[in-house]
Design a binder for this molecule. Structure first.
Ligand code: ZN
Length: 384
């Protein structure tokens, strides 16, 4: 039994928790709010601003963030922080906003370009001289887990790179399942599967440990129990709560263990096709990814365990997990995602496979020893 557990974020979880944000201790007097374009329309920004007014915190809004967030917006946000002398950042939304908030926090106190500090792809791998300013995460989706991990994923040209270190955990995270009622069914399913894969990949990971397994197995159980219900009825409070909990637990899994090649391959895809939602990309390749693991017998016992937790009580072989996964995808209406619908071209697949290997370090902790052919085979078999 060995583990290295570090998860320094204060996470406030529960229905209505946004309403109590004003009672928290803030890391300064002036905030930059980082949000997606549509956040104003759904009324959540107004609720956040009311909380900040009550707490006597001044703020500036930067709501340009796009679904696969880009480096240009990181640099633009950091310029505002420097010019306006903001003390901290609030990322409100899904992974895009919160990951952007973390990245802006780094560039708020450091010179040069964000890619100077990236450790993958064409990143210059420079050490980060100054600590980032604090980040408060207000999650409005259930999937990324970024509220409970140090990771951020930013795209620069065709490179989609994950980054994070001890200083980029949120200072405070608000996870209020009530905010998730507005997520439409399709996105609920995409995000829920993202959370499921964070936990599944963290569980089968080479660096998985007793501590990460606790969070991973509970998270998989909650998704199995409640995701299809949350997709069928977005107002189902218990289901929303369970899926939100699963997502936050999966964030802790990513802090203590790691993701695997499934995430690397998806990042390769959505770097080329930014309209492809991360969760949809993962679902599209998941069947072939886990089939390869099952056929290679890389982690039989763990796959059987996950199948049992997802409801296949009599599971006895690794393919039972693949079958359980596909059944859940059917129950959520997302079992037939076509990459071609997102404009993915079959002839681009070799370049996507190469790009994925170049920009991701997650192959190193995958239970399978991935060859370039394996990556391409998963992409080709998943292509519809
Ligand atoms: Zn993910």
């Amino acid at each position: 039994m060995n583990f290295n557990f570090y998860m320094p974020s204060r996470v406030i979880f529960g229905k209505g928790s946004l309403n109590n944000l004003h009672k928290q201790k803030f890391p300064g007097k002036k905030a930059l709010i980082v949000a997606e374009v549509f956040m104003k329309e759904i009324g959540y920004l107004k609720r956040l601003e009311e909380q900040l007014d009550k707490a006597d915190i001044s703020y500036i809004l930067f709501d340009k963030i796009v679904p696969n967030p880009i480096k240009e917006h990181v640099m633009e946000g950091a310029d505002i922080v420097k010019k306006e002398k903001c003390d901290f950042i609030i990322g409100m939304g899904g992974g895009s906003s919160i990951d952007s908030a973390k990245s802006i926090a780094i560039m708020s106190t450091n010179e040069g370009d964000f890619w100077d500090y990236m450790t993958r792809g064409t990143g210059k791998k420079k050490a980060i001289p100054n600590d980032p300013i604090p980040v408060i995460a207000v999650s409005t989706t259930s999937g990324t887990g970024t509220e409970a991990d140090p990771w951020m994923v930013i795209t620069n040209g065709k490179e989609k790179v994950g980054f994070g270190y001890d200083k980029t955990f949120p200072y405070l995270s608000i996870v209020d399942p009530e905010l998730m009622k507005s997520i439409p069914p399709k996105l609920t399913a995409y995000q829920g599967f993202d959370a499921l894969f964070h936990s599944a990949e963290g569980y089968i990971n080479k660096i998985a440990n007793e501590m990460s397994d606790l969070f991973a197995l509970k998270s998989i159980e909650l998704i199995g129990k409640s995701l299809a219900k949350a997709v069928a009825n977005g107002e189902d409070e218990e289901a929303r709560e369970n899926v939100a909990m699963a997502s936050t637990l999966a964030g802790i899994v990513q802090s203590v263990s790691d993701c695997t090649a499934e995430h690397s391959i998806e990042h390769g895809l959505s770097a080329y096709y930014p309209k492809l939602e991360h969760g949809a990309g993962l679902i599209a390749i998941s069947r072939e990814y886990y089939t390869l693991l099952a056929e290679s017998h890389d982690c039989d016992e763990k796959m059987i365990n996950m199948a049992k937790i997802l409801g296949k009580k009599d599971a006895s072989k690794p393919m039972d997990f693949v079958n359980a996964l596909v059944e859940l995808q059917k129950a959520c209406g997302v079992d037939n995602i076509k990459l071609s619908d997102y404009g993915v071209k079959r002839e681009d697949l070799p370049a996507i496979a190469q790009n994925s290997k170049f920009t991701s370090g997650l192959y190193e902790t995958d239970p399978h020893d991935f060859s370039d052919e394996d990556i391409l085979r998963i992409l080709e078999k998943s292509y519809k």
